[in-house]
Design a protein around this ligand. Structure first.
Ligand code: HEM
Length: 493
């Protein structure tokens, strides 16, 4: 094999081993000792450097979504939506944009089994000509909570008990019993969809309402959906035990092997759109992240396709160091007032400055492929080579100027009092019950059993169980009754 292909970096252009400083290492097998048996001399700089580097190999894992797999490919526009958005990468059918995608599980550690019941992350970074656009979604179209204030508590409840380091159902059901808005998300998590067969067979959802903004400044609400070409498939609980027991990285391996074999995974990008003037016309709040938009009212419209045709060249560089952030958008796309989205706009870059360092956006996997220029420089691990004398703005010595103001940036007026409140139209149960009723009989029963299993945890109190039976009865009286009967049958109610 051509060594240049194995080691593309110029840092590897020597035929022999060197220190990080580039000095030849004449013995990479034996420590420098006094006599053949030791002790070791501290002056063996190469040994010290080798160990010091090794001692620091691990970086903090992501606080959530630590376990994941990435792949690269392209997005191609198939349908013209230029009337809705001025986004350059959506300008016309046929336009292709490079992407990197990271799939993940949410709750457990970097090396945890990929068969656990958990939402899956579906994060896409588009390297567009106008900078990067990150669509940081999940494989389920809604979320447990609608206010980011609750996110750290929610994650704590799902993560292992801080005392035992074991994930415990009673903690989850206790926390969520204060949040009836979680019922809809639970009809995905505790459904068969809670364990996808692998990453290739799962859908993706932007989840939040975002905005498309066209050249004239007209805003349209949008929800993004990724539909897998090979179809959606799940693992039932007993199948997951077998698959996970045989290989705790089955989904990473499936993705890697499929791409290596030329069986490239593909998703269609679909959108649902809504005129913001209509947002008050429904019995639910369209910006509420615990709600889907009914397809009968808001049909799916095709936009493009995404093909993953390249595996990562290095897991650490492109999976561990990749940083997705819902705040990273391009002109033609805007944030909505969804409270959960607004919290995420802060949280991702904040954690990434901690996890990867302040210059994480200079890393090749995160840097835009479009030209970029500003005076945000220096700081830890800054490897940008600047030779300008002007690092202030504005300057008569530097022609760099503000970009043209584009119309495709949201200018929708805002008004209101400062509040800390719940939204007006909570409507917590309707969509949960409607979804359960779409399941066939066997799938309904599996859902009932999984809810009962969670509530049968000996540390779930009668109060918690009764609250949940009440919630599920409001979603669907039969569903509530069946869960109650299951619990009574087990002597738990
Ligand atoms: C990862 C926060 C809700 C999808 C993360 C990370 C944080 C975070 C801190 C780790 C990022 C990193 O270390 O690079 C939050 C907060 C939320 C929230 C504060 C609510 C207020 C959501 C929702 C979704 C989502 C609703 C889905 C729509 C993801 C994904 C990743 C992630 C896919 C992994 C990205 C990757 O592969 O690197 N989140 N999250 N999160 N989050 Fe969220």
């Amino acid at each position: 094999m051509d060594p240049a292909k194995v080691r593309p970096s110029s840092a590897y252009n020597t035929p022999y081993w060197t220190t990080n400083g580039g000095a030849p290492v004449w013995n990479n097998n034996n420590s420098m000792t006094v006599g053949p048996r030791g002790p070791i001399l501290l002056e063996d700089y190469h040994l010290v450097e080798k160990l010091a580097q090794f001692d620091r190999e691990r970086i903090p894992e992501r606080v959530v979504h630590a376990r994941g797999a990435a792949a690269k490919g392209f997005f191609e526009v198939t349908h013209d939506i230029s009337a809705l958005t001025a986004a350059d990468f959506l300008r016309a059918p046929g336009v292709q944009t490079p992407v990197i995608v990271r799939f993940s599980t949410v709750v457990h550690e970097r090396g945890s089994p990929e068969t656990l019941r958990d939402p899956r992350g579906f994060a896409v970074k588009f390297y567009t000509r106008e900078g990067n656009f990150d669509m940081v979604g999940n494989n389920m179209p809604v979320f447990f909570i609608r206010d980011g204030m609750k996110f750290p508590d929610m994650v704590h409840a799902f993560k292992p008990n801080p005392k035992s380091h074991i994930q415990e159902a009673w903690r989850i059901m206790d926390f969520l019993s204060h949040h009836p808005e979680s019922c809809h998300m639970l009809t995905f998590l505790l459904d068969d969809a809670g364990i996808p067969l692998n990453y290739r067979h799962m859908p993706g959802f932007g989840v939040h309402t975002m905005k498309l903004i066209n050249k004239a400044g007209r805003e349209t609400y949008v929800k993004f959906h990724w539909v897998p070409k090979c179809g959606e498939k799940y693992l039932l609980d007993d199948e997951a035990v077998l698959v996970g027991g045989a290989n705790h990285s089955h989904a990473t391996k499936d993705l890697y092997d499929a791409i290596a074999a030329g069986d490239y995974p593909e998703w269609a990008l679909m959108v649902q759109t809504m005129d913001p003037a209509d947002e008050d016309k429904f019995d639910f709040d369209p910006l509420d992240v615990t709600k889907t938009w009914p397809e009968t009212l808001f049909p799916m419209q095709p936009v493009g396709r995404m093909v993953l045709n390249r595996n990562v060249d290095n897991f650490f560089n492109e999976n561990e160091q990749v940083a997705f952030c819902p705040a990273i958008i391009v002109p033609g796309i805007g944030y909505s007032d969804d409270k959960l989205l607004q919290t995420r706009i802060f949280s991702y870059a904040d954690t990434q400055r901690h996890r990867l360092g302040p210059n994480y956006l200079l890393l090749p996997v995160n840097a835009p492929r479009a030209p970029y220029h500003n005076n945000h420089h220096e700081g830890f691990m800054n490897f940008m080579h600047r030779d300008e004398e002007i690092n202030y703005f504005p300057s008569r010595f530097d022609p760099v100027r503000n970009a043209e103001r584009v119309a495709a940036v949201s200018t929708a007026p805002l008004s209101g009092r400062r509040e800390k409140m719940v939204i007006a139209k909570e409507n917590n149960f309707m969509q949960a019950g409607a979804r359960w009723r779409t399941f066939d009989a066997a799938r309904q029963e599996r859902f009932v059993v999984r809810v009962a299993d969670m509530l049968a945890d000996p540390r779930c109190t009668q109060e918690i169980r009764r609250i949940w039976v009440g919630y599920w009865s409001q979603a669907d009286p039969q569903l509530g009754a069946r869960i109650a009967a299951k619990l009574q049958g087990r002597g738990c109610l």
